[in-house]
Write a protein that binds this ligand. Structure first.
Ligand code: SF4
Length: 345
């Protein structure tokens, strides 16, 4: 198990459920827009938010933003160590730095200040910005990323700084998985998972589900961000679903068959409407919506609530028992009544 690291009021690692993260797309110095976006992301389930601190105004704005949001804030720093100093003084709960793009001696001041503020630091290694010494020896590879991480973790530890989160990201899914496996073998610091620059929606959800999902399946990973080009509000439902299908977070599981020539009702429409209706509900419940008698009764019986379709009708199952035969036109309402009953129970 990884160590537990406290970021504001959220604990990462130590066996706690993986925390969901996202990153704002506003100019951080536009405080109104940034706060508005963070509050929306909070409603969608974001538990830790990252903002860029790419200039002095942005880093200073953190102080006011922090007063108006309810989740821990991470300042994203590249190149300029002064931005880390300002962000920490402004109250950032954590900073994310890539030491490879910062002068090493500048790190000392950051570590001292972070220690005095009880802030955490995510050491972010990216396959696209590896240092020459590792690239020359290993090329762009998981080994190069591991060696780079070893160097910085040792540097932090030598200075007595251990409130660390590690992340090693690549846009290549296989490389992301390989390097995180190595990190998990070598360190007991919490790991932040993500496939970076994962692309637009459809591509990003597949890459993230495969990369993040395969690591979580093996018990690797303590916090995650699904990275999708565009509106960050797209990220949280995908991240939640990844956790839910792996049994790491509660939620409603809708099982529905793909339908085939045996199906004699509009099952696709029913399954789509029900899935939309229950999306994001934080309760463990399994609903099976099945097209015919081949696999229908079996799945429906195993679920909390199920339908096994017939000709223009469906058999309604609840907790393994057949309740009644329902006309197709009434199936949606009838299913929703049963689901609401379970949610209120
Ligand atoms: S449950 Fe029936 S309708 Fe659905 S895919 Fe299987 S055989 Fe086809």
């Amino acid at each position: 198990m990884t160590r537990a690291v406290k970021i504001g009021n959220v604990i990462i690692g130590g066996g706690f459920p993986p925390a969901l993260q996202s990153m704002t797309t506003t100019k951080t110095q536009d405080i109104e827009a940034t706060v508005e976006q963070i509050l929306e992301l909070e409603k969608l389930g974001c538990e830790i938010i990252r903002v860029t601190a790419n200039n002095k105004e942005a880093a200073l704005a953190i102080s006011e933003i922090k007063k108006r949001i309810n989740i821990p804030l991470v300042a994203d720093i590249h190149f300029d160590p002064e931005m880390a100093i300002i962000a920490l003084n402004a109250g950032a709960d954590k900073i994310r730095i890539n030491p490879g793009n910062m002068a090493l001696d500048a790190l000392d001041r950051i570590l001292e200040l972070a220690k005095s503020k009880d802030a955490a630091i995510r050491i972010g290694i990216n396959s696209g910005s590896l240092e020459k010494e590792f690239l020359d020896k290993y090329g762009v590879s998981s080994q190069a990323m591991l060696e780079s991480m070893k160097k910085y973790v040792a540097y932090f530890e030598e200075r007595g700084f251990e409130k660390i989160i590690l992340s090693a990201k690549a846009s290549d899914v296989r490389l992301t998985v390989e390097v995180n496996e190595l990190l998990a073998q070598h360190f007991d610091y919490p790991l932040h998972l993500g496939v970076t620059e994962a692309g637009v929606y459809e591509t990003a959800i597949i890459k993230s589900a495969m990369g993040i999902g395969s690591l979580l399946l093996r018990g690797i990973g303590d916090t995650l961000r699904v990275s999708i080009t565009g509106d960050p509000r797209q990220e949280l439902p995908v991240a939640k679903e990844i956790l839910q299908v792996l049994g790491l977070r509660s939620g409603i599981n809708v099982i529905s068959c793909p339908t085939c020539g045996r199906c004699e009702m509009d099952l696709a429409n029913l399954a789509t409407r029900i899935s939309k209706e229950v999306k994001g509900i934080d309760k463990d419940l399994t609903i099976a919506i099945m097209g015919c008698a081949v696999n229908g009764p079996g799945e429906a019986r195993e679920a909390d609530i199920g339908i096994a379709g017939g000709r223009g009708s469906g058999l309604l199952f609840k907790k393994g028992q057949i309740i009644e035969k329902v006309d197709e036109k009434d199936l949606y309402e009838r299913l929703m009544t049963e689901i609401k009953g379970e949610l209120d129970a």
